[in-house]
Design a protein around this ligand. Structure first.
Ligand SMILES: [Zn+2]
Length: 700
């Protein structure tokens, strides 16, 4: 017997125990969302990101940064939005309520009001600094999502063109740079919402990413977006205070599935299901072991989860519930989810689409109802509504527990508006929707060809094939004469190609057909104002403009033309009350003041317009006129050159440059601008100006 043996044994036991302890110490614990008031919140919404697009969800795009969040946090594999277009879906996400509660049913014509409060309003009240950085026009502050945000950066130039076919957007790296600057300047805890728009059509990723995904431009956009978010995630990971990060999308993208090219018409899983990742980074938090949750969860659960995670009291009036328990247990009860797609109802008079998901079953309430078992049929290829009648009945009753009243139309006609339309010679029927009953012919499944035709016509327009685009819109109108947006698009094509009379006739024809949708009336008012028909424009827009920025700007222009300067000022001010950063309203104020001879006020307003949006060609043009009138021709020429650089189609600036340079004897320069003007200006409207430039230059 040797005395050393027990000691050796003892040592080895100690070593073993220490090893176990060390193992326990280094073993990652599972991710959990404990209540913790002193943390930041970073909400990242990636527009149009399909649930299966990230590589952690099996997608084709390489998305290492977002996958890393999923690996240390909670990744939800069966999460759903409640709407399939940007503004209504974000309104649900940020208020924690369904669309029928917050009232925003489409991207156009609606504005989020103060009730229900947004997440930003709740967190601001709880002492958080709040900042939003958005990348797409549908989330412009004019639509009301800015409520509760200290900073709302929606600097997206609208100068590039109309929102009719391509929504103005700002690239993800620019959005991220702005969020970096703001978050770096905060000392208190903060809530930042970062919205990036890049995966939205058109799919045009930077070249290096596009080259990596030949034949899959959508995946290229997704990979690029992941890359663009990296600097923000790196910065936040290095901050002393931990940050709860939530990543999701507002809706997916069909990419041709079920015959749908993009999103907004149907609510199949390709557009309704969204990714959802919750993780914590920064503040020295060690990476946790990621958890994957297959239970069904919803966007309305996000606000309650945030309140829970930040140690704030729950709000029993909200329909969702915190995901904390689900994350802690790795799963739990499925939550029924309501969804809708109202765009085609509101703009085309097609049947409204609503539905519910209960467990793995999905019911879509349409004239031709649909039932899918997503467990057996995740692609939704087999409508089992007939065989599964009993189950469909249960789901229909679940749907009825939500609010299925028809959506309130934006800008519904008052009798005064109707009378005015009649006085103008427009019959002014009732708006396209909603009706009491819809037949099978109104089911969007039966109308997918028309949707495709509208998309293809839009593509033709963007590729400069205007005649083909116009013919396709006419075809849609012939097939379905109540398609309000076909008239609007057709008129837009005419307008952009200089056929102003036909543009106005097209919208007048729609009104006479009884298609008196608000967008049609507003657009007609805008075109009348811009073609100098102030009395008719005022008659149409007065009382209709509401808080529609475009309509208010057009109405103000019409007042200006009618020399009603005070009304014009007040109307542009109304536009600024809706959206204080609307550069166009400042440009219009500048123009009205310039016409009224108030140079100082004009200069101030134009300066503000340019500070807000340096690419606003009209503001540079007006500033040039102001400088010219102030006896500064050299500076005027520089201003007009900036106008033409911002928009090569800025006719007023081209004309002014040609005349001013010719009179200064700079004939070669003048000729170049004159030739551009002559090539671009529609002779039916600008015939006299074209003739003047021709004689000025002695050309024939
Ligand atoms: Zn969207």
């Amino acid at each position: 017997m040797t005395p050393t043996r027990p000691l050796v044994a003892l040592l080895s036991i100690v070593a073993l125990a220490m090893g176990v302890a060390a193992w326990w110490a280094t073993r990652e614990s599972g991710f959990s969302i404990g209540p913790r008031p002193d943390r930041n919140l970073l909400l990242i919404t990636i527009d149009t990101l399909r649930a299966d697009a990230l590589s952690s969800y099996g997608g084709a795009a390489s998305t290492p940064r977002l996958d890393a969040l999923a690996a240390r946090g909670a990744r939800f594999t069966f999460a759903h939005s409640h709407a399939v277009v940007t503004l209504p879906s974000h309104a649900s996400l940020l208020t924690g309520t369904y669309p029928y509660r917050h009232g925003v049913r489409d991207n156009n014509g609606y504005r989020l009001r103060g009730d229900p409060p947004t997440l930003a309003a709740r967190l601001k009240q709880a002492g958080f600094a709040t900042g939003a950085f958005v990348g797409g026009f549908p989330l412009d502050q004019r639509f009301g999502l800015n409520a509760g945000f200290d900073a709302y950066d929606d600097r997206i130039s609208e100068a590039a063109g109309s929102v009719d076919f391509a929504l103005p957007e700002r690239r993800a790296d620019a959005v991220v740079a702005s969020a970096l600057e703001w978050s770096g300047a905060q000392s208190a805890k903060w809530f930042a919402w970062v919205h990036v728009f890049d995966p939205h059509a058109p799919y045009a990723a930077p070249d290096t990413f596009a080259a990596r995904y030949p034949g899959n431009p959508y995946a290229a956009e997704v990979a690029w977006t992941d890359h663009a978010l990296a600097p923000l995630l790196d910065r936040v990971a290095g901050m002393p205070r931990p940050t709860l990060v939530i990543v999701t999308s507002d809706h997916g993208e069909s990419l041709g599935e079920h015959g749908e090219l993009t999103h907004g018409l149907f609510a199949y899983e390709s557009t309704l299901r969204v990714p959802l990742i919750v993780a914590e980074i920064g503040g020295g938090t060690r990476p946790a072991r990621g958890v994957t949750i297959d239970s069904s969860v919803r966007h309305v659960d996000v606000v309650p989860t945030v309140l829970d995670a930040l140690g704030l009291p729950p709000d029993a009036s909200l329909p969702g519930t915190s995901l904390r328990d689900l994350v802690g247990r790795g799963g739990g009860d499925d939550r029924p989810s309501y969804f809708e797609a109202m765009t085609a109802t509101l703009s085309r008079g097609w049947a409204p689409l609503r539905g519910v998901i209960v467990g793995r079953d999905k019911y879509i309430d349409l004239p031709l109802p649909e039932l899918y078992s997503l467990e057996r049929d995740p692609q939704e290829q087999q409508n089992v509504v007939t065989a599964g009648r009993a189950r469909a009945e249960v789901l229909l009753n679940t749907l009825r527990a939500f609010n299925v009243a028809p959506p309130a139309l934006p800008g519904e006609e008052t009798s005064a508006v109707r009378d005015r339309l009649r006085a103008l010679g427009y019959v002014g029927g009732s708006p396209a929707a909603p009706r009491d009953r819809y037949g099978e012919a109104d089911d969007p499944k039966r109308l997918i060809e028309i949707d495709t035709l509208l998309h293809r016509a839009g593509d033709r327009y963007q590729n400069g094939r205007f005649k083909e685009a116009a013919a396709m819109f006419q075809d849609v109108i012939a097939r379905r004469p109540d398609t309000a947006d076909a008239y609007r698009y057709l008129a837009f094509v005419y307008w952009q190609t200089g056929q102003r009379g036909r543009a106005i006739e097209t919208l007048e024809a729609a009104l006479k057909q009884g298609v008196s949708h608000r967008d049609v009336r507003v657009k007609l008012g805008i075109y009348l104002a811009e073609s100098g028909n102030a009395p008719r424009a005022i008659a149409l827009l007065d009382g209709l403009a509401g808080d529609d920025i475009e309509a208010l700007n057009a109405l103000g222009i019409a007042y200006g033309q009618a020399n009603r300067t005070a009304d014009a000022r007040a109307t542009f001010q109304r536009a600024l009350d809706v959206d204080a950063t609307n550069a166009l309203a400042w440009q219009n104020i500048g123009t009205v003041e310039l016409r009224a001879g108030n140079r100082e006020r004009a200069g101030d307003a134009l300066g503000r317009a340019i500070a807000l949006d340096n690419r606003l060609a009209g503001a540079h043009t007006a500033l040039g006129v102001l400088l010219m009138e102030s006896g500064k021709p050299a500076e005027a020429v520089e201003a007009w050159k900036r106008a033409v650089a911002a928009d090569p189609h800025e006719l007023d600036a081209l004309y002014n440059l040609a005349v001013t340079l010719a009179e200064a004897g700079r004939r070669d320069e003048a000729r170049a601008y004159a030739e551009r003007y002559i090539a671009l200006a529609p002779p039916e409207i600008f015939g006299r100006d074209i003739a003047r430039l021709r004689s000025l230059l002695g050309s024939r």
